[in-house]
Write a protein that binds this ligand. Sequence first.
Ligand code: SF4
Ligand code: SF4
Length: 109
Amino acid sequence: MERGQMFREMEFLFRSGLGALSAKSGGLLIDPRRYLMAKVPDTPENMARCLCGGCPSFPGEGGFFCAKGKSTKDITRKGCLCSDCQNFKDFNLVDGYYCADGRAGEGAQ
Ligand code: SF4
Ligand code: SF4
């Protein structure tokens, strides 16, 4: 097995274990995945996955807020599509509303 792939698989197993631990705690513990949050790489491929443009809370400009940071516009929270986004799943994001709260790893998770 190529070394990079082995590392990714080890990381996946580690994250999965922490996720299971959090689930077992019944929400009583702070989700430990928050402390392992990878920022979403600001790449064209990841940007193309972004669902913000179709979101009811979309502020009308910008997008890909989990990587780019919060919008300069005021956000009215009418729902967030982030949990349906492949970036949300691939990078183990937790919260959403990055347009209002800032990029993943800087407060918003
Ligand atoms: S997680 Fe949210 S902000 Fe990030 S790319 Fe997906 S829809 Fe856009
Ligand atoms: S970050 Fe979430 S709430 Fe904000 S525009 Fe994107 S999908 Fe909508």
